[in-house]
Design a protein around this ligand. Structure first.
Ligand code: SAM
Length: 258
């Protein structure tokens, strides 16, 4: 059941993820430099006027590929971190979309875009780490370019998994730490700077999935430069061949399937 926006509980403004020795608590997926929700909100307030200019075209092929995955079966989609709703016109006609975001200015732009396009999307202000939806609500739970933005990616991915229906799909489109040790070193060093531009550059995919208790059915390169990945996970079940993007259903190279 959806709670009205003004009843939604937010994390304490200065909440920080707790460090833990347990991988189950997500310690391995965490960055050296942590951020808070209020920090992220401040960054995105500043980014809102230029967001589309900076991140529309360059990141669009990944959004298109993710939307194409959804057309296979349709249903109810949750977009986590909907931003300015750059995906709204990409969704296939057989889906209904709910988009959530923490940032009020980004959501205001999203509302304008939804009003201007043919697409429809219900927009709500909500913290991805504490989704106000019942378990097993959505057919697709999709986070485009969001998991490296939030303070606690593991908690967000667990929430995404919780609200996904059994047999439904968790789709994560994001930049992840390179498997090349030299590049990864550079990305780690850069991360305390990139957080000021709205994302961390040191999020490790294998650790994130392990810590959140998910397995990927496929991991595909997305966008022109192969630093972004489209990660497909299925809740409690085998993935359709078409959804995995492979004819024979074999997971793709680089996939974290066990
Ligand atoms: C890089 S933008 C991605 C926007 C959009 N999905 C796209 O494809 O352009 C990340 C978005 O995540 C939102 N965000 C950050 N932390 C969040 C949180 N804890 N809960 C919900 N949204 C959050 C930001 O406000 C921002 O709009």
């Amino acid at each position: 059941m959806q709670r009205p926006v003004d009843e939604i509980r937010y994390l304490e403004p200065d909440w920080k993820p707790q460090r833990s020795n347990s991988a189950v608590d997500g310690s391995r997926s965490r960055a050296a430099a942590t951020v808070t929700n209020s920090f992220v909100e401040r960054v995105y307030s500043r980014l809102t006027p230029v967001y589309d200019l900076l991140f529309n075209r360059i990141l669009q092929p990944g959004r298109v590929a993710a939307a194409r995955r959804m057309s296979q079966r349709g249903g109810h989609v949750l977009e986590v971190g909907v931003g300015t709703a750059l995906s709204v016109s990409l969704y296939p006609p057989n889906v209904r979309v709910t988009g959530i975001d923490l940032s009020a200015p980004m959501l205001a732009k999203a509302r304008d875009r939804v009003a201007r396009t043919d697409g429809s999307c219900r927009l709500l202000r909500m913290d991805a780490a504490e989704l106000s939806f019942a378990d097993n609500t959505f057919d697709f739970v999709y986070a485009p370019y969001t998991v490296s933005v939030v303070p606690d990616p593991v908690r967000v991915v667990r929430e995404m998994h919780r609200v996904c229906k059994p047999g439904g799909v968790v789709l994560i489109l994001n930049h992840f730490l390179s498997s090349d040790p030299l590049i990864a070193r550079f990305e780690r060093a850069l991360s305390p700077l990139t957080i000021h531009f709205g994302f961390r550059s040191d999020l490790d995919l294998a650790s994130l999935l392990d810590d959140a208790g998910l397995k990927a059915a496929s991991v595909d390169a997305a966008n022109r430069r192969p630093i972004w990945r489209l990660v497909t996970c299925v809740k409690d079940g085998r993935i359709d061949r078409e959804l995995a993007g492979d004819r024979d259903g074999t997971p793709r190279h680089g996939s974290h399937v066990s």
